[in-house]
Design a binder for this molecule. Structure first.
Ligand SMILES: Cc1cc2nc3c(=O)[nH]c(=O)nc-3n(C[C@H](O)[C@H](O)[C@H](O)COP(=O)(O)OP(=O)(O)OC[C@H]3O[C@@H](n4cnc5c(N)ncnc54)[C@H](O)[C@@H]3O)c2cc1C
Length: 391
């Protein structure tokens, strides 16, 4: 069955796709979202996201923050250190006249808050669940999106002036005409909630080890752990029972938060850097993780994705409906985002390369780098801006 819609269609109802839909709603632009999974499927995803202060402001504007506030833990300071090294630095929100350097929330809680906001007012937004998109075809006239719903015998096709791909980059790998550049780190992230002997006092810890960066983010009464490293190394620590795991964690992390008392359910994610050289074709544009996937080392991925969504919503709202999908408008969108997304990719890749490297000399360099960070106000300001606004 083939049907035409006269408005934008979003492939993927993850956080970036839903933020785009809500922002379009505020501008009075109707939108359809096609989501592969069932409602609430991601509520159990315990991956912790560090949201920047800029992201908070966007979520406030969209009426989502109020629904999220109870699940959020503020980051008052970030402690950066390296294993087997002398350099360390403590960045404090109070030194930079900010209420917080960022906020920690689980992916699942963010999805619940977005859904709650949609449930209150979904005027102009149609979300269809359990409709995995199988194929995207674009030509000079329109985009054709093919998907299979559980209830229909045949695949359905929707023809739209603008298809927005926000599928996280996992399913529609080959988008006609767009070239993807991918670097597999060969690293995985192990995540889980840990309870420690000492309270977190709203401090986030970022620690660079020769195996890879690890982070402890304050989350409720506990910490969210993100422990990255080569897959073989993560295999080893994954295989440990809880007691041995907590001991290995203590060894890698040091004594700053006392003993590690409990680890919850452990999750695992493969890590890569992936970007599209061009993020649009006529009648199609790619945003969020589908456009750029980065290492979680500095908590940039969703923060960059939400800025994609807001910039695209602004572009669509300022474009006459008969020009939605016009290549020159999408090119303007891409130009508006190139600097921010490029910097996010460079910044995270730089941190992984310089700080997770055991070469003689590189260790000295990063020690010097952390030393400089604790001494030089401009270096601290750069990092604080990057973490809190992404600028
Ligand atoms: C361990 C880890 C820690 C992280 N920490 C941070 C952090 O601290 N801060 C931060 O900003 N970012 C962080 N990130 C990155 C963040 O998770 C992503 O940037 C963010 O989830 C991207 O959102 P998205 O909506 O683009 O994609 P996704 O979250 O991947 O959502 C994509 C959606 O599309 C749907 N979908 C997929 N294929 C199809 C299809 N064919 N048809 C229809 N729907 C489809 C999926 O079901 C999903 O709902 C982290 C990532 C990891 C792995």
């Amino acid at each position: 069955m083939k049907q035409s819609v006269a408005h934008p269609l979003v492939i993927g109802g993850g956080p970036v796709g839903l933020v785009l839909a809500l922002s379009l709603q505020q501008s009075g632009v109707p939108v359809t979202v096609l989501e592969a999974q069932q409602p609430g499927a991601m509520y159990g995803d315990g991956r912790a996201l560090a949201l920047s202060y800029g992201t908070r402001q966007v979520l406030e504007q969209l009426g989502v923050w109020d629904r999220l506030a109870a699940a959020v833990t503020a980051i008052a300071g970030i402690h950066v250190s390296q294993q087997k090294g002398l350099g360390r630095a403590l960045l404090k929100a109070s030194e930079h006249q900010l209420p917080a350097l960022g906020y920690v929330v689980s992916y699942g809680a963010l999805m619940q808050a977005l859904d709650a906001r949609l449930a209150e007012s979904a005027a102009g937004i149609e979300v269809r669940y359990q409709v995995p998109v199988q194929h995207l075809h674009v030509d000079g006239a329109a985009a054709e999106v093919t998907f299979q719903s559980a209830t229909a015998a045949e695949p359905e096709v929707l023809v739209t002036p603008l298809a927005v791909v926000a599928d996280g980059g996992r399913s529609l790998e080959a988008i006609p005409g767009l070239i993807r550049d991918t670097k597999h780190y060969g690293h995985d992230a192990l995540v889980g909630l840990v309870r420690t002997e000492l309270p977190h006092r709203n401090i986030a810890y970022e620690r660079f080890t020769p195996y890879g960066p690890m982070a402890l983010l304050p989350n409720g009464e506990q910490f969210s752990l993100v422990w990255t490293g080569e897959q073989a190394y993560i295999d080893q620590i994954s295989a440990l029972d809880d007691a041995a795991f907590l001991q290995a964690l203590h060894q890698a992390f040091g004594d700053r938060v006392g003993k590690f008392l409990h680890i919850g359910k452990r999750g695992r994610f493969p890590l890569k850097l992936s970007k599209l050289e061009q993020t649009f074709a006529a009648h199609c544009v790619v945003i969020g993780n589908a456009a750029q996937t980065m290492h979680p080392v500095a908590g940039q991925g969703f923060n960059v994705g939400i800025r994609d969504a807001m910039a695209l919503a602004k572009n669509i709202a300022a474009t006459a409906a008969d020009q939605w999908g016009a290549a020159h408008r999408l090119s303007e969108y891409q130009q508006s985002r190139a600097r921010d997304s490029g910097r996010g990719l460079l910044f995270t890749d730089f941190l992984v390369n310089v700080f997770s490297n055991d070469l003689v000399g590189v260790g000295l360099l990063r020690g010097a780098g952390l030393g400089a960070l604790s001494l030089l106000p401009f270096a601290r300001r750069f990092l604080v801006n990057k973490m809190s606004y992404g600028s």
